[in-house]
Write a protein that binds this ligand. Structure first.
Ligand code: NAD
Length: 480
């Protein structure tokens, strides 16, 4: 299958006619070609977006809303096709792509299609001065959206939908590791009546195609989700150019379990927060801290449940853990396992590459639980982004709070307790953008989403995203 760039409503080969291989993680085969785009392709996308801007920015909110909702409906109609493509490209269980990834991408378009009709700005009466101010919120112009491979269409659409709803034209680049559903989206946008050039999707490597978007002098805002090191590089280029920047980066999230929690609910949710999507979700709770008086019970029951998780081909309905996204990512994850024991870690289960019969060249890793003695080890300080969690006991609220915050990241945290005083007290002190109490990854699209410290700058979601994708202008009127 050959993927093409989507520019001005058409599917184009890259100008330089260079291509990259697209791999299928579940069997290691090369199953397609991806454009290896460079600056000239980004320039073409810019010309197309810029030409479309004056008309798109003036379309009524009702028209924009109807088009976005139509895209959402077409994604739902094509659920199976998109879910199969996502699963094949990424290695995630097909059941997950069908129940989470594609429905959520459809929700993103629907949500922002509706949200734009409710978006408003403020007015301020200057009392005693006979003046009134109002705030105009205008689309920025041509904006860049760059997304990662872990939740491909889900995160791609999370950026594109608010950018379009707010009246911008977009140049978007999905991860070169998982480009397929972004490619398919172009077709759906045409079918939904999105005018030509309003959305342009270019494919290619981060350091060339992505970098060309960041460096483009006329692209005025960048919304990026990906690794912290990449985010820092992007900020170095974009900040001196005074671009608006939203950065959603890595995480190393604590999952804090007190003895008074609802044990069964906690255990089931902790299996999900540890291993969903092979642990490749920025929100996964990869550091599990358990109050010492229930630690032995937790350790025994958790490990026994983890051992039951079926590692298998993504299309097998019984599969709970599919393939990790690429060979190089598998090797990165395995490197942490190789050094685990030197860091005082004891592997309680997993710790090896799994072989799935018939798919021996796929990238499978057994879900792994490592018992550790200190939070100050690579295993607990660095984002591994794979099916690996650490567990360790704690004695007091103060001690666990100190460990929870003692990482460079601050994306999310979970707290399990029936004591709401404690839960709320801790929520205020935890350094994170999102705290879940007695749950995990329960999302309401209206809420602000993002992290602190090295997990990012800015917030996505709800009206925050529409604010990011608009520029404010204060207009002051004097009257007699
Ligand atoms: P990555 O940083 O390697 O790549 C992300 C995107 O950036 C890709 O499209 C890539 O091609 C592009 N890119 C790379 N270098 C670039 C450059 N110099 N200029 C412009 N673009 C460039 O990240 P990844 O490996 O695809 O994704 C995994 C990371 O994403 C993890 O760290 C994870 O925590 C993070 N993530 C964060 C969130 C969040 O909401 N905070 C959500 C999902 C994933």
């Amino acid at each position: 299958m050959t993927i093409k760039n989507y520019i001005n409503g058409e599917f184009l080969n890259p100008i330089g006619d260079q291509w990259l291989d697209n791999y299928c993680p579940s069997d290691g085969s090369i199953y397609g070609k991806i454009p290896n785009s460079f600056i000239e392709d980004v320039d073409l996308a810019y010309e197309s977006a810029n030409s479309a801007f004056s008309e798109w920015s003036q379309t009524t909110l009702d028209t924009r809303s109807r088009i976005l909702i139509k895209i959402s409906e077409l994604l739902e109609t094509n659920l199976d096709r998109f879910a199969e493509a996502e699963s094949k490209d990424n290695g995630k269980p097909l059941s997950l792509a069908k129940s989470i990834d594609i429905p959520r991408a459809a929700s993103n378009f629907r949500f922002f299609g509706n949200a734009i009709t409710q978006f408003s700005s403020e007015s301020h009466e200057s009392v005693g001065q006979n003046a009134i101010n109002f705030t105009l919120r205008q689309p920025i112009g041509v904006v860049g959206c760059i997304s990662p491979w872990n939740l491909p269409l889900y995160l791609f659409s999370w950026k594109i939908a608010p950018a379009l709803a707010a009246g911008n034209c977009v140049i978007a680049k999905p991860s070169e590791v998982t480009p397929m559903t972004a490619f398919l989206l172009g077709e759906i946008c045409n079918d939904a009546g999105l005018p030509k050039g309003v959305l342009n999707i270019v494919h290619g490597l981060g350091e060339t195609c992505g970098q060309a978007i960041i460096e483009h002098p006329k692209i005025k805002a960048i919304s990026f989700t990906g690794g912290t090191a990449t985010g820092a590089k992007i900020a170095q280029v974009a900040a001196p150019m005074f671009k608006k920047l939203s950065l959603e980066l890595g995480g190393k999230n604590p999952n804090i379990i007190f003895a008074d929690c609802d044990f069964e609910k906690m255990l089931d949710t902790t299996i999900r927060s540890s291993f969903s999507n092979q642990g490749q979700i920025c929100l996964c709770g990869s550091r599990i801290f358990v109050e010492s008086n229930i630690y032995p019970r937790f350790k025994e029951e958790f490990v026994s449940k983890v051992k039951e998780l079926k590692v298998g081909h993504p299309s097998d309905n019984l599969t709970k853990v599919g393939a990790v996204v690429s060979k190089s990512h598998k090797e990165k994850i395995m490197s942490y396992l190789k050094s685990a024991e030197n860091e005082g870690g004891k592997i309680l289960c997993g710790g090896y590459e799994s072989v799935v019969s018939g798919f021996e060249n796929g990238y499978y890793i057994a879900p792994t639980v490592i018992e550790i003695e200190s939070n100050n080890c690579r295993l607990n300080q660095e984002e591994i982004f794979g099916p690996i969690v650490t567990i360790m006991p704690f004695e007091t609220e103060e001690e666990v709070l100190q460990m929870a915050n003692d990482v460079p990241y601050g994306l999310s945290a979970s707290i399990w307790t029936q004591n709401m005083n404690r839960a709320l007290r801790m929520s205020k002190s935890i350094e994170a953008g999102i705290v879940w109490i007695n749950t995990w990854m329960m999302r309401d699209l209206r809420t602000p989403f993002g992290g602190v410290k090295q997990s990012g700058v800015g917030r996505e979601g709800g009206m925050e995203a529409l604010k990011f994708f608009t520029e404010q202008k204060n207009i002051c009127i004097s009257y007699d």
